[in-house]
Design a protein around this ligand. Structure first.
Ligand code: SAH
Ligand code: SF4
Length: 440
């Protein structure tokens, strides 16, 4: 979601005649798009701002902007303690960036925009532009013009007790299907072949604040998106297990373009902890849904998110999480140490877990998951996969890199190919984070 927000801000600045640079010293405007989901992400923002202070000293006209969830939540602290910051921009206000950059340049005083009214103002009718660079200064759009993230809803109503999102991104609001289809059709006309529909909980897409269906349900939106000419692959993220419906599961058999990858965050393998997290499902219900998905689409790759060291997590709760890993054998898992987030209910929970215990549990879990991921990738050996080419492989050995329908990276040898092209690749080796192969 943040990547999509960065892209939108990049496009907005490009439309205001700014061009991206890989050399920070040359920048006239720096936008730090931030995430406050975990404490570590937030600390990184402050340390980067510390480093930018000197840059601004040498170039007082430099405009430094902090956007996203840290901006939303830390607006006052940023204002009081970070005089080098010119613009503070909440996640719902990113479309105001060019206007605030112009004002900051003229008036030289802090520009603040942190209202929480949902807004889908997206520069969607501009052609895909190479306007965003990543940390290393590479153009993240280069070679990636064929795939797009498309926001279909904002905010979240779930209030998991550890989570900051409902506070930083506000309540759930869906974008109209007409708007979504118009944006994707536009992208398709400009060569986009793959879209990922984005929302914190896509399964409640289309539901109004009063709980009634305002637009079409998510499975219907998926059908409409898949019918767009030129779009070959459709993905989505994220789906909350409690809301994963039989209709959505059926889509995996009914919609050919729907990619067989499902990110279904479980968070913990212990019912006691799930309850304290306010996740509203049990492990038994989770397993039932995972099973139903696999029955519908046996080649589906399941991935998940896990938090270790939630307040009160005992050894046996952690063991239950490890047991779940073995049982489902996820293709991949993002795992995190629990951290207190301002406003989240769990801040007030008893029995916080020591840092070193959290670190040890994370290490054990990641080790176990790595073994499973490697074996999962080895299962592809000898098979032929339809791969969408992303570009030359990062290793610089002239190989190409692409992704299977199930979202696994494949590095392979091939004659000249263009990004967005689909080719059959015979998989020769499964590694921890990727596959190797040759064009079939
Ligand atoms: N909407 C998605 C997740 C968004 S946040 C969902 O419901 O699953 C991405 C992940 O960050 C979460 O799945 C969770 O595993 C992790 N996370 C969120 N808050 C956290 C916290 N306070 N400490 C550690 N990890 C956290
Ligand atoms: Fe956070 Fe839970 Fe909403 Fe996901 S569903 S964004 S974890 S509150």
């Amino acid at each position: 979601m943040n990547e999509r927000d960065s892209e939108i801000m990049g496009q907005l600045l490009a439309a205001a005649n700014y061009i991206p640079t890989g050399d920070i010293k040359q920048a006239d405007v720096i936008v730090i798009n931030t995430c406050s989901i975990r404490e570590k992400a937030e600390q990184k923002v402050y340390s980067l701002l510390g480093r930018l202070k000197n840059l601004k000293k040498n170039k007082p006209s430099l405009i430094i902007s902090v956007a996203g969830c840290v901006a939303q939540q830390e607006a006052e602290r940023l204002q009081a303690r970070m005089p080098q910051v010119d613009i503070v921009l909440g996640p719902q206000q990113i479309y105001k960036l060019p206007e605030l950059v112009a004002k900051a340049g003229k008036r030289g005083k802090l520009q603040l925009a942190v209202d929480q009214s949902p807004n889908f103002a997206i520069p969607r009718y501009s052609p895909p532009s190479p306007a965003v660079i990543n940390k290393k200064g590479d153009d993240i759009e280069a070679g990636q013009f064929f795939k797009k993230f498309v926001t279909i809803m904002q905010g979240c109503n779930n209030f998991c007790t550890y989570c900051v999102v409902p506070y930083t991104r506000g309540r759930e609001t869906s974008r109209s299907p007409e708007d979504v289809i118009a944006e994707i059709s536009h992208h398709a006309r400009h060569g986009v072949k793959e879209v990922t529909l984005l929302g914190q909980n896509v399964n409640s897409y289309g539901v109004s604040s009063k709980g009634r269906l305002k637009y079409v349900p998510f499975p219907e939106l998926l059908k409409q998106v898949s019918a767009i000419d030129g779009i070959k692959r459709v993905r989505f993220t994220t789906s909350h297990p409690k809301d994963l419906s039989p209709e959505l599961i059926k889509c995996f058999a009914a919609i050919e373009k729907l990619c067989p990858h499902f990110h279904l965050p479980v968070q913990s393998g212990s019912n006691r902890i799930l309850k304290k997290m306010n996740r509203k499902y049990t492990i038994e219900q989770y397993l039932e849904k995972a099973d139903a998905l696999l029955q519908m689409r046996p080649d589906i790759a399941l991935t998940t998110d896990i938090i270790v060291g939630f307040p009160g997590e005992k050894d046996e709760d952690f063991e239950a999480t490890l047991k779940l890993l073995e049982k489902i054998r996820f293709h991949g898992a993002f795992s995190f140490k629990y951290s207190d987030r301002p406003q989240a209910k769990s801040v007030g929970f008893d029995n916080k877990i020591d840092e070193h215990i959290k670190a040890e549990r994370l290490r054990i879990l990641q080790e176990r998951q790595n073994d499973i991921s490697l074996l999962r990738n080895k299962e592809y050996e000898g098979s032929v996969q339809l791969v969408m080419v992303e570009g030359k492989s990062k290793s610089g050995d002239g190989q190409y890199s692409g992704r299977t329908m199930s979202n696994i990276i494949v590095n392979f040898e091939a004659p000249a190919l263009t990004p967005g092209q689909e080719v059959f690749v015979k998989i020769t080796e499964g590694l921890l984070h990727s596959l190797r192969g040759i064009v079939a």
